[in-house]
Design a protein. Structure first.
Length: 301
């Protein structure tokens, strides 16, 4: 068993280059899994972070399962190579629930390790990971009738991961809201929603009690004219630098303390602006499982 201090970062599908740029020199890459020396560091482009992974030699499928069980009970496999052999090992481990999460339920609290086969006779295994979900993939029981798009899943994921959401009656500003997926999700929680977009909302969303639609530009909105709000949400399509200017204006106004915003990259990833978001005090920046070429920026206080 190799016990040298390491950290492994699992990149979202298609974004290993962004993750590699963020974390710096790596020891080796195993498909989307990038292994580095030393302790973990903040990594917005990591879908999951494996803490202190170790290499374990195995003689057989049964031996691999036995050695993993000897460490702990719950394991999730990352099986991009040697898939059949890996799945045969996983089948001999205790079952980990893969049921979709009902939104509003807390994230799992039981420790969940991750492992992979580096070759037929070598495991890389980490008993502790940053995400409580297998490979950082959080799936929900979806509502296929109410929301106008699947964008609400990003909002559900962000709120689940931070373990907080608007309380009934709190005022939520949803900027760039059309067609209304986030406004729909916030109204379902019980929040009062000020939904801002020059484009229309879907009629079913616009008719919801507690949703006020303002047909104006999110970028022209004056924070002082809106007054205090409890949360600011934005999934607006714009360049990240423009979103940063908007956020900075709202922070300076001091009328809102909690933010959940999507940085949408058009073309090349704007790493410089992403770093400026991450530098805002109290911030966290992460790629959600339901993000595409995007990052989600969160500030709670």
């Amino acid at each position: 068993m190799n016990s040298a201090a390491r950290t492994a970062y699992l990149a979202p599908e298609g974004f290993a280059a962004e993750l590699a740029r963020e974390i710096g020199p790596i020891d080796f890459a195993h498909d989307r899994l990038l292994v580095t020396a030393g302790p973990p560091q903040p990594a917005a482009w990591a879908q999951n972070i494996w803490l202190d992974p170790v290499e374990i030699g195995i003689d057989s499928i049964a031996d691999g399962a036995r050695k993993l069980r000897a460490i702990q009970r719950n394991w999730a496999v990352y099986a991009r190579r040697l898939h059949r052999r890996a799945m045969l090992i996983q089948a001999q481990l205790p079952s980990v629930s893969a049921k979709p999460l009902q939104f509003g339920s807390p994230a799992p609290r039981a420790p969940l390790g991750s492992w992979t086969l580096l070759d037929a006779n070598t495991l890389l295994a980490a008993p502790h990971c940053a995400s409580p979900f297998p490979n950082g993939e959080i799936r929900f029981v979806e509502d296929r009738n109410g929301p106008p798009s699947r964008a609400y899943l990003k909002l559900w994921e962000a709120l689940t991961l931070i373990g907080r959401h608007p309380r009934p009656g709190e005022v939520c500003l949803d900027l760039g809201s059309s067609p209304g997926g986030w406004s729909w999700a916030l109204q379902r929680i019980g929040a009062r929603v000020i939904s801002v977009d020059k484009a229309p909302l879907e009629p079913e969303v616009a008719r919801l009690r507690g949703v006020e639609h303002r047909r104006e530009s999110a970028f022209a909105l004056d924070p002082r004219a809106v007054g205090p709000v409890d949360w600011l949400f934005s999934d607006v399509v714009c360049y990240p630098a423009r979103l940063l200017a908007l956020v900075e204006r709202w922070i300076a106004a001091g009328t809102c303390r909690r933010f959940v915003c999507t940085l949408k990259f058009q073309g090349e990833t704007d790493h410089a602006t992403a770093a400026r978001f991450a530098a805002i005090p109290g911030s966290q920046l992460r790629h959600l499982f339901h993000n595409k070429h995007e990052l989600t920026w969160i500030k709670l206080e």
